[in-house]
Each structure stands twice: as C-alpha cells, then as structure tokens.
Design a protein around this ligand. Structure first.
Ligand SMILES: [Zn+2]
Length: 69
C-alpha cells in the first residue's frame, strides 16, 4: 500500500528482530512486535519504523486520512 510519496510495508512480529525507535511517539518498538516500515520512494535510506497507531495518527496530522475515530 502506498500513501503519497512513501511506501508502507507491514512488518510481521516474526520479522521484527531488532528494537527500533518510533519517530511518532519516540518510544521503542520492541523486537517481536508487528509494526510498519515507511520508506520514502525518493530516498529509501530514510526508511523509518513506526507503530501502526502512530503512523495513522501521523497521516491524520498530515490530512491524508479523515479525522475519524
Ligand atoms: Zn510510536
């Protein structure tokens, strides 16, 4: 699935072998936790790992998703 200029890839719990820092909440994403990898299509080196909820909150902040829920 894509949202504008970023490619969003789900990471399954068994694929999450490291601990990452979520840029949305600045909390850790523990290994073994399903999350999302967001890759800017024009600069794949800037890929970031996000909690699901934090990414959707970010999309709403950007006005990409309607502000419901
Ligand atoms: Zn987060």
């Amino acid at each position: 699935m894509t949202f504008g200029p970023e490619l969003v890839e789900p990471v399954q719990p068994y694929q999450a072998r490291n601990t990452y820092l979520c840029p949305g909440c600045e909390q850790r994403i523990e290994s073994g936790t399903g999350h999302l990898v967001v890759v800017p299509e024009e600069d794949p080196d800037l890929r970031r790992h996000w909690h699901h909820g934090c990414w959707y909150k970010e999309l709403r902040r950007r006005g990409v998703l309607p502000n419901v829920g």
